[in-house]
Each structure stands twice: as structure tokens, then as C-alpha cells.
Design a protein around this ligand. Structure first.
Ligand code: PRP
Length: 175
């Protein structure tokens, strides 16, 4: 589709303030522990890069990637873990860092997969929660913003791999 940016949903300043709050909350909750950050590529890279610098704890980071196959607009498409974490997570305090939760299918799959590794704990931090779209329940421990059911780009989120470098989050509209 032909498209252009719509309205700004979250400014860079709003995002930065909320990410700092999330980092402070995570720091308080995991005090005295080493935190294992599991960053879900690709969309979460920008969020992770900012969030981790607001976590005043020893941390280890690893990356995984989940891809959905078929029509990207069709939530019935198959979701596959295309790149697993490479570091061991058994007995670790694992925090999954995700940019957006939509249907919940990606995190549901990833969460079930990570639980088989018997972490000491497994929590999820999502910057954006598009709660109206949820099809599969998934427990979110830290949420940056609940957003309406609109397609959004920027701050790591893409449309056809574009817009990830926008420093703010905007809607995308068809033209
Ligand atoms: C996005 C996002 C989540 C997933 C959420 O990833 O990063 O992983 O969709 O959707 P769901 O809740 O409906 O499963 P995407 O497939 O766009 O890949 P990307 O991170 O590489 O942009």
C-alpha cells in the first residue's frame, strides 16, 4: 500500500521519560540480582538499547528473533523462533524485552519456549501494549504505554523494514 506518516502518538520525550521509569522499577524489583535481558529482534533493539542504560544492575543480554510467515496482516500466520538465544538461561532471572504486544502470539510462543529452560524467573517488559488486538493471553509485568488499535512505526517499529530509526512513534496511514 502507499502510505505516509500520520499523527505522532508518542514523542521522543514521552518515550524517554517512560523508559527511565521502567528502568527504575526494574532496578528496584531485581535489586541484588543479575538480570538476563532477552531482546526480541528486530523491533525491540532501540527500546532495549535505551532501557538497559536505565537499569542500574549487573545485566547480561542475549538476542532472539521471532518471525511470522504468511501474510503479515493475518494473525493466523505461522510464528517461528528464527533465532534462539545462545546463552544459557537455566536458573537466570530472565526479562524479555519486547517493543509491542499485538495478538500476543509471539510472546506466548516465546514464553512457553523459555519456560522449558527452567529460568529462576521469567518476566516480560513491553514498551507498547495494543490490548484491543489480544487473541492469546500473555502476562505482561512491565508496560510502557497502552495504545489504540492503529498501525504504528518508529522507535524500532517498522513498516516493511522502514521507519525503525524515527526517534518517536507515529501512526501510519494509507494514501
Ligand atoms: C512485532 C513485535 C512483536 C510482534 C507482536 O514483530 O516486535 O514481536 O510483532 O505481534 P503479536 O503480539 O501479534 O505476536 P514483527 O513480526 O513485526 O518483527 P520485527 O520485530 O522484526 O519488526
Amino acid at each position: 500500500m502507499r502510505h505516509e506518516l500520520g499523527r505522532t502518538l508518542l514523542t521522543a520525550e514521552q518515550i524517554a521519560a517512560r523508559v527511565a521509569e521502567l528502568g527504575a522499577a526494574i532496578t528496584a524489583d531485581y535489586r541484588g540480582k543479575t538480570l538476563f535481558l532477552a531482546c526480541v529482534l528486530r523491533g525491540s533493539a532501540v527500546f532495549w538499547a535505551d532501557l538497559c542504560r536505565h537499569i542500574a544492575l549487573p545485566t547480561v543480554t542475549d538476542f532472539c528473533a521471532v518471525h511470522s510467515y504468511g501474510d503479515g496482516t493475518d494473525p493466523s500466520g505461522v510464528i517461528l523462533l528464527s533465532q534462539d538465544l545462545t546463552l544459557p538461561t537455566t536458573g537466570r532471572e530472565v526479562l524479555v524485552v519486547e517493543d509491542i504486544v499485538d495478538t500476543g502470539r509471539t510472546l506466548s510462543l516465546l514464553r512457553a519456549h523459555l519456560l522449558t529452560r527452567q529460568p529462576a524467573s521469567l518476566r516480560i517488559c513491553a514498551l507498547l501494549d495494543k490490548v484491543e488486538r489480544r487473541q492469546v493471553p500473555v502476562p505482561l509485568d512491565y508496560v510502557g504505554f497502552t495504545i489504540p488499535n492503529e498501525f504504528v512505526v518508529g522507535y524500532g517499529l517498522d513498516f516493511a523494514q522502514e521507519y525503525r530509526n524515527l526517534p518517536y512513534i507515529a501512526t501510519l496511514k494509507a494514501i
